[in-house]
Design a protein around this ligand. Structure first.
Ligand code: DC
Length: 226
């Protein structure tokens, strides 16, 4: 049946550097709005984990692309989060290990992997309004959305946050790999609001994003009513 007044789902794109607070803030924003949260980094991590499991060399782009073509996955949504399962399993803990963190940005440079991920990430729209966090959501996955945010913080502050989570990681190297890859590199999307949260709490960061979204939704509503 035709439903002429039904609006398409809203996508809030939250991109930014590693440890810039994307995860914490996207979850807070999604919860406040009642939208589904999607961590696209977790999807890349899941593929990196799968490759390590299958003893596939993550630096061999052809082998990684072949694995991505073959693996048996499904998108699931529960408790306000959408995620990818492999053979019916979501490796929630396993994808956070140092080994996977070291492997993931290699996997993420493979163009065929990025095409596959983009398709899957766009399919998440089946779950309704989304808050999607990543590196290329505003530039590549949902470039058509009006709601784009780019988070960043000083390198020392980001390293401090990672260390506070008990994770030692060379963030500068990862930023460099994410920004310099040929396929969908990390960059600020046209029209994105940039928030440097070095001196901000997550309540302040998510509050800034929420205030902006609510104002723009109210303005759009008013404009429609005119
Ligand atoms: O956000 P994260 O640290 O979990 O991301 C893991 C890796 O995946 C990171 O190196 C960047 C990559 N990534 C990406 O290239 N594009 C995305 N949309 C999300 C993550």
């Amino acid at each position: 049946m035709l439903q002429p007044n039904r609006r398409p789902p809203i996508v809030i794109a939250i991109d930014g550097t590693s440890a810039s607070g994307k995860s914490t803030n996207s979850k807070l924003v999604a919860k406040a709005l009642g939208f589904v949260h999607v961590d696209t980094g977790a999807m890349y991590r899941t593929l990196a984990w799968y490759c390590l499991q299958q003893r596939i060399d993550v630096q061999n782009a052809k082998a990684v692309a072949a694995a991505c073509r073959r693996w048996k996955t499904a998108l699931k949504c529960s408790d306000g989060h959408a995620y990818l399962v492999v053979d019916g399993y979501y490796p929630a803990q396993e994808i956070r290990t140092a080994e996977v963190s070291g492997a993931v940005s290699h996997v993420a440079t493979v163009p065929k992997v990025r095409d596959w991920m983009k398709r899957k990430q766009r399919e998440c729209i089946q779950f309704g309004n989304l808050v999607m966090e990543g590196r290329d959501i505003g530039t590549n996955v949902f470039p058509e959305t009006d709601f784009k945010y780019y988070l960043d913080a000083k390198l020392e502050e980001r390293s401090r946050r990672r260390a506070a989570d008990g994770i030692q990681e060379n963030l500068a190297a990862r930023d460099q790999r994410d920004s310099q890859r040929a396929a969908a590199p990390l960059m600020i999307a046209l029209g994105a609001r940039v928030i440097n949260n070095s001196q901000m709490t997550s309540e302040q960061t998510s509050g800034t994003i929420l205030a902006d979204i609510r104002k723009r939704l109210a303005d759009a509503e008013k404009a429609r009513g005119r």
